[in-house]
Design a protein around this ligand. Structure first.
Ligand SMILES: [Zn+2]
Length: 118
């Protein structure tokens, strides 16, 4: 199991294993937040947050909710709004840097084609 947290520690994230790959996306939100995403079934991810610590943001076609710490502002994860969808994204910027260093990060063109650029 791997544990990460936001900068102040109010939001804790646990995932069962290292992701096989990570994604850096250029869509309108990712290019601003700079998240490096690993994807998991949401049943496999545990988020523990202090009361009131999770702020959410929903936009556009309302496909997902993006979560950040309401205290320190670090973007921690996203979840699909529809319960029919189970895949969620975890921002590995909140984990030990060695995970990103040792994992392939692919560049996704989420802004346009939804294809990888590399
Ligand atoms: Zn925080």
């Amino acid at each position: 199991m791997l544990r990460g947290s936001c900068h102040c520690g109010a939001v804790q994230i646990q995932v069962p294993r290292k992701p096989r790959g990570l994604t850096s996306c250029n869509c309108s939100i990712c290019r601003r937040t700079g998240g490096i995403w690993g994807y998991y079934d949401r049943s496999k991810v545990k988020i523990v947050a202090r009361r009131g610590a999770l702020a959410r943001y929903v936009w556009g076609d309302k496909y997902l909710r993006l979560y950040r710490c309401s205290n320190c502002g670090c973007v921690t994860h996203w979840q699909p709004i529809s319960h029919a969808k189970s895949r969620m994204g975890v921002n590995f910027r909140n984990f030990d840097p060695s995970i990103i260093e040792s994992t392939r990060v692919r560049r996704l063109d989420g802004a346009n084609t939804w294809k990888f650029l590399d």
